[in-house]
Ligand binder design. Structure first.
Ligand code: ZN
Ligand code: FE
Length: 263
């Protein structure tokens, strides 16, 4: 890491509850966009901020993460489109031109970006880790985690275990605003957990519609708070083991995920 000025982050709300993220390099006005569901709102935000898109980083192939790729490449020319080598082999990320495996390093101006392969939600799911920020797509959400569309509980558990090793002060930029719904679920599992009750009540007031004001958001999250209150990172906590009736970490995680799927 250099003494370089850290990148600035701008949120672009897209579709119903998705977030695309602009990572802006202040020195030259370029920006990377993470998971552009749609091109128009991203172009609009980039124009308003007077930045020029230099790359697209996709965490996975779902349409609500790559839907804007083609339109952005039309507008900005053949900019690099990053994604997983697995999704590349399956040809399911439009305009993909960079094919990552776990541990790849991408340069972002003065910074190194570490690419992590975190399968579970999908086979090829990636996270991008740079300067204390983790762009995590649909692997981890506020108080929740992604559904297991393609991966096994073992795979998602091992992905989440790796995330739990990352320092507490990391900011988590996920791709959906699901925090409030996830907290409501978590409180059905641990109704007496004080930290969860406090987070539910704070999040409920934050997300209260404020006549005409843009909707509040809970993202970025801190990894510290997620480690403390996200059940899907607390498989070894006695209260979570008790609530699921399981002791094996993968089985605790799998039991929570099944209950959330039915919630
Ligand atoms: Zn997804
Ligand atoms: Fe998604």
């Amino acid at each position: 890491m250099t003494s370089h000025q850290p990148p600035l982050i701008a949120c672009v709300p897209v579709l119903k509850d998705n977030y695309a993220w602009l990572i802006i390099e202040p020195s030259d006005g370029s920006a990377v966009v993470v998971d552009p569901s749609e091109s128009a709102p991203v172009i609009h935000a980039a124009d308003a901020l007077d930045v020029h898109l230099s790359a697209i980083w996709n965490t996975h192939h779902h349409h609500d993460h790559v839907g804007g790729n083609a339109g952005l490449c039309e507008r900005y020319g053949p900019i690099p489109v990053h994604g997983s080598a697995i999704d590349g082999e399956l040809g399911r990320i439009p305009k993909q031109s960079v094919f990552h495996r776990d541990g790849d390093v991408v340069r972002l101006s003065g910074q190194e970006v570490l690419v992590l392969h975190v399968p579970g939600h999908t086979l090829g799911h990636l996270a991008y880790y740079v300067a204390g920020m983790l762009f995590i797509g649909d692997t981890l959400f506020g108080a929740g985690c992604g559904r297991l569309f393609e991966g096994t509980p073992e795979e998602m558990f091992s992905s989440l275990s790796r995330l739990r090793e990352i320092p507490d002060d990391t900011l988590i930029y996920c791709a959906h605003e699901y925090t409030l719904a996830n907290l409501k679920f978590a409180c059905t599992i641990l109704p007496d957990n004080e930290a969860l009750k406090a987070r539910l009540s704070a999040t409920t007031s934050l997300m209260q519609p404020q006549g005409g004001a843009p909707l509040a958001r809970t993202v970025p999250l801190t990894l510290r708070e997620e480690k403390q209150t996200n059940l899907f990172l607390r498989w070894d906590a006695p209260d979570v083991m008790r609530a699921t009736g399981e002791t094996d970490p993968v089985r605790v995680f799998a039991a929570l995920r099944r209950r959330k799927d039915r919630f």
